[in-house]
Design a protein around this ligand. Sequence first.
Ligand SMILES: O=C(O)c1ccc(O)c(O)c1
Ligand SMILES: [Mg+2]
Length: 612
Amino acid sequence: MRTSIATVCISGTLEQKMLACAKAGFDGIEIFEQDLTVSAMSPEEVKALADRLGLTLDLFQPFRDFEGVDAATLAANLARAEAKFKLMGRLGIDTILLCSNVGTATINDDALFAAQIRELGLLAAAYGVKIAYEALAWGTFVNTYLHSWRLVELVDLPNVGLCLDSFHILSRGDDPAGIETIDAEKIFFVQLADAPVLSMDILSWSRHYRVFPGEGGFELDTFMGHLVRSGYDGIVSLEIFNDVFRQSNVERTAVDGMRSLIWLQDLTCTLLGDGAQGHPLGIRALPEAQRPDGFDYAEIRTEDPEAVAGMLAQLGFTFRGQHRRKPVTLWSAGAARIIINTQRSRGITAEVSGFGIQIPDAALATERASALQAPAVPRHHTPDEQPLHGIAAPDDTEVFFGTSAAQPPWAVEFGHPHTTETGLITGIDHINLAQPWQAFDESVLFYTSTLNLAARPGTEVPSPMGLVRSQVLRTDDGAVRLALNIVPHGLENTTDRALRYPEHIALHTDDIFALARRAASAGMEFLAVPKNYYEDLAARFGLDAPTLAQLAELNLLYDRDEHGEFLHFYTETVGTMFFEVVQRRGGYDGYGAPNAPVRLAAQFERNRAMQY
Ligand SMILES: O=C(O)c1ccc(O)c(O)c1
Ligand SMILES: [Mg+2]
């Protein structure tokens, strides 16, 4: 499949954009006119640079507000178009995108639309230009792709066809199945965009909230399935208008986009099954996706290993030994393994620096991640040590693939072959990772695609520092769960890293009261929960007084839904990390969302107190 990306998706000058797109592996680009207008490069220089980079210039866009106008406006529009056709000749671009009219159309008449577009088509033909007509979802009279297709049929010129843009089709809730009824030869261009499911006017949604495929809520694999079956064999491009992407690192965003197209092809192959082959679009599958079986371990990098070890001991973890060659120790409790690493600390007292997941075939998972352009984490190992397969996530978390086994083979390197014992902690429930504001969407795609996790709908948690965007990524069975939290905008410049990126490891237990009591008597410091919270609990759930008193005494939080109950507590923070302990009763499958604002406010109070 030939891939392209609109220059409007990413930050920088036109030259920087072109370099980044070529480096990320795109075959071509769409030139967004504004990027050329403000560029210091002449059209000829742009063409020469594209040639040098091996990029094709696939589309010039947008040409706006053409059809459905009075005679005088039509004449002016044709003159405007002719200037652009000449410019395209200098760029060496043969296709222009024509958006359906949103501004100047006053006459609603399909015959007139078609006649006027026909005039444009005839003029374009004289310049060797093709016109790809796109129905914008907010077009005054033409706003569905099937309507734009009827008009293209009426125009009936070889150089006038369609541009299909997934956003305009899916945002309106239109059924993309109709794509299969379109003559594939007449689909001149395809643009893909995903978007979070929001309830707002479509224009604002489109101009600010588009994201790369896999980062939003649209079913783009279904869309692609119809496109593949239509027989289309042209370019599939990304066209994302997104406020964050436009100010983020251009190279990273380009790779993020490329990853989305690689992943979407794989999802579409899965959806089409045997039917994926034998279509001209030539979509490619990745090495097989596998479901992770659980967390292998969580890793804490620290300058203060004593503080972290102290907390683990209070929680009931057992010291399992020091790695025979590295300054790394292993602690375990039930199936939970935690590694304390004092190597390469990044100037932070303690942080959740990575985790391992267990997967049936670690080498295959690494191959798949590499095909998704995940950067490898280099780790040395001696011939008698387990090789480690690691990838670096956009938030700098290091993720390692380990084989699925009750006793991980690497544990012997810590001198202790068995790491499982019975105790109150039974395993790792989830890991919560703080995302720098510009990495959130990229991380969602990175973790879901490389670890084969499903993204749940996002939420927003109010905190004294702002709204914290939050999203859970997980396996269906809950064996691996990640919670991503975005750090509120503006805090990236604060010098207090604890305020910036608090992350945590959540452990599960079958008896949180016993565990909390034992930890308290071992001297553990809990995050203090305000009294108001327990009054609210009493009102919401009708808990009896002794239960409430016990919860309050131990700083436990509580939630309940139609499936079951959830009890949890948080430890104090060390560096930028803390622990959570959770107990799930019945079929409760959430994360205590109503309690998240209580936690964030309590941590904020605690941070303030520490500053005085
Ligand atoms: O928002 C717009 O105006 C706009 C322009 C060009 C496109 O291809 C598009 O999908 C939207
Ligand atoms: Mg478009």
